[in-house]
Design a protein around this ligand. Structure first.
Ligand SMILES: Cc1ncc(COP(=O)(O)O)c(C=O)c1O
Length: 401
C-alpha cells in the first residue's frame, strides 16, 4: 500500500472538533496534540467505499445486516485471536452512547446487588479506573449513576491496579469500566492482571464494560493485548462482559460513528432494548460501508501505520527524557497517546493555558482525566513526524526558557 504518513493533512474549516473548535483559540499556526483522532488519511479502500456510497447521491435510512457482524468478528479473529459468535454483535454509533443508554436502563438481575423484584429501578453504581477518559465519566455523572473511582497506582514508573482497592469497589458496583489498552496511561493489561479482574468480578457478580477501542494500537514491546472475554468464557457466556470494538481509532473514522458492541445473554437483550429506548434506530449512512471496508481491507494499512506510530512514541518519550528531564513520562504499551507528569514545570491550570498560548501547541489537560491530575498532560502522537518534532521543540523552548 505504501502510505506516506509524513504528508500533512489540512483539517481547518472541516468542522473539526480538534482544529476548528479546540485549536482555533491558539491561532492558525498552532499544532494540536490533543483529541484522540489522527492527522493521517484513512486507507484508500475505505475512502473508496465511502466515496462510492456518496456518489449514489441518495442518503436515505440504512440498516445493519449480517455483513457488519461478520466483518467485526473477522477482525477480532484475525487481529486478536478471539472468535465471538456474530450473533453477539450489536451495532451502536458510539461507545459513549452505549454506556449512556445502558445506565438509563434497569439494572439487570444478574449483577451482584440487584434491586429486589418489584421494587423501583435504582441508580447504577459504576466503578472506573482513574485517570479516565472524560466523556465516559461525564455520562456516568449525568445519568445519576454513582461513580466509584478506582485510582491506578504508580509502581516503578508504571501504572498498576491495586486489586484490594478494586475488590472493595467491585463489591459495591453493578458495572466496572475497564479500558484496554488504557487511555490515557497507555497500559495494555497483562493476562495476569485480567485474570485478577475476572476473579474478582466472578465473586462480586459485577458486569465489566471493556472499552477496547484502542486495541489495534499495540507496540509489541512487552506482552500481547488480550480481549478480556477471551480469557473468561464463563463471564462472557453469562453476560457479565460487554466488549467494545471500533474502527474509529484504528482507521481515523471516529466521525463515521460505527461501533461493534459484543455481548451475550440477558445483557445483550438489555442493550438491544436500551438502544431502541434511546432512539438509536438506523446507523449513519456512511457508518456501515466504512466499517465493513475497514475490517475487510484495512489490515495492510494498519501494518504500515503501527511502526510509524511506534517511532513517534519512541521519539516523544526520548525527547521529554532528554530535553525536559524533570517530566515523568509513562512509556505507553499501546494506544498512540503519551501521558506525562509535568508538575515540576507547571503548577496550575493557568500555567498550562499560558504554555499553550505561548508555544501554540495544544495538548490534552491532565485534569480532564480526573481532578488530581492537574499538571499532567496527554500527548497524541498520531501526526506527521515533522509536525510532532516542531510541537515538542516549541513546548520545550517555553518550558525551558
Ligand atoms: C477509551 C476511549 N473510549 C471511547 C472513546 C470514544 O468512543 P466513541 O466516539 O465511540 O464514543 C475514546 C475516544 O477518544 C476513547 O479514548
Amino acid at each position: 500500500m505504501n502510505i506516506d504518513f509524513s504528508q500533512p493533512v489540512n483539517r481547518w474549516n472541516t468542522h473539526s472538533a480538534k482544529w476548528d473548535l479546540l485549536t482555533q483559540p491558539y491561532g492558525k499556526d498552532a499544532i494540536s496534540l490533543s483529541v484522540a483522532d489522527m492527522e493521517f488519511r484513512t486507507a484508500s479502500p475505505i475512502s473508496q467505499a465511502i466515496c462510492s456510497a456518496a456518489e449514489l447521491g441518495c442518503y436515505g435510512y440504512t440498516e445493519v445486516f449480517e455483513d457488519f457482524a461478520n466483518t467485526a468478528v473477522h477482525w477480532q479473529i484475525q487481529r486478536h485471536n478471539w472468535s465471538p459468535d456474530p450473533s453477539s454483535v450489536i451495532f451502536f454509533p458510539r461507545v459513549v452512547q452505549c454506556l449512556s443508554s445502558l445506565l438509563h436502563s434497569p439494572i439487570p438481575y444478574h449483577t451482584n446487588h440487584p434491586p429486589q423484584l418489584g421494587t423501583e429501578h435504582k441508580n447504577w453504581r459504576v466503578s472506573c479506573l482513574f485517570p479516565a477518559y472524560d466523556p465516559l465519566i461525564e455520562v456516568i455523572e449525568l445519568s445519576d449513576a454513582q461513580l466509584i473511582p478506582v485510582e491506578l497506582v504508580e509502581e516503578k514508573g508504571k501504572y498498576v491496579i491495586d486489586f484490594t482497592v478494586l475488590r472493595q469497589a467491585l463489591e459495591k458496583s453493578d458495572l466496572f469500566i475497564l479500558c484496554n489498552p488504557h487511555n490515557p496511561t497507555g497500559r495494555v493489561w497483562t493476562s495476569e492482571e485480567l485474570h485478577c479482574i475476572t476473579k474478582i468480578a466472578k465473586e462480586t457478580g459485577t458486569i465489566i464494560f471493556s472499552d477496547d477501542v484502542h486495541a489495534d494500537f499495540l507496540r509489541g514491546v512487552t506482552h500481547p493485548y488480550t480481549p478480556l472475554a477471551s480469557i473468561a468464557p464463563d463471564l462472557w457466556e453469562s453476560g457479565h462482559i460487554i466488549h467494545c470494538a471500533s474502527p474509529g481509532k484504528t482507521f481515523n473514522l471516529a466521525g463515521l460513528e460505527s461501533t461493534a458492541i459484543f455481548s451475550q445473554g440477558d445483557t445483550a437483550k438489555l442493550l438491544h432494548k436500551a438502544k431502541r429506548a434511546y432512539g438509536l434506530h438506523n446507523p449513519n449512512y456512511f457508518a456501515i460501508p466504512g466499517a465493513i471496508a475497514a475490517w475487510t481491507y484495512g489490515e495492510e494499512y494498519l501494518e504500515e501505520l503501527l511502526p510509524y506510530i511506534d517511532s513517534n512514541i519512541g521519539y516523544t518519550v526520548n525527547y521529554f527524557r532528554t530535553h525536559l528531564p524533570r517530566a515523568i513520562v509513562y512509556e505507553p504499551e499501546g494506544t498512540y497517546l503519551v501521558w506525562i507528569d509535568l508538575r515540576s514545570y507547571i503548577s496550575s491550570a493557568e500555567d498550562l493555558t499560558a504554555l499553550m498560548h505561548k508555544s501554540k501547541v495544544v495538548v490534552s489537560r491532565g485534569e480532564d482525566f480526573g481532578s488530581r491530575y492537574l499538571g499532567y498532560i496527554r500527548i497524541n502522537t498520531a501526526l506527521p513526524r515533522t509536525q510532532l518534532e516542531e510541537a515538542l521543540s516549541r513546548l520545550s523552548a517555553h518550558l525551558n526558557p
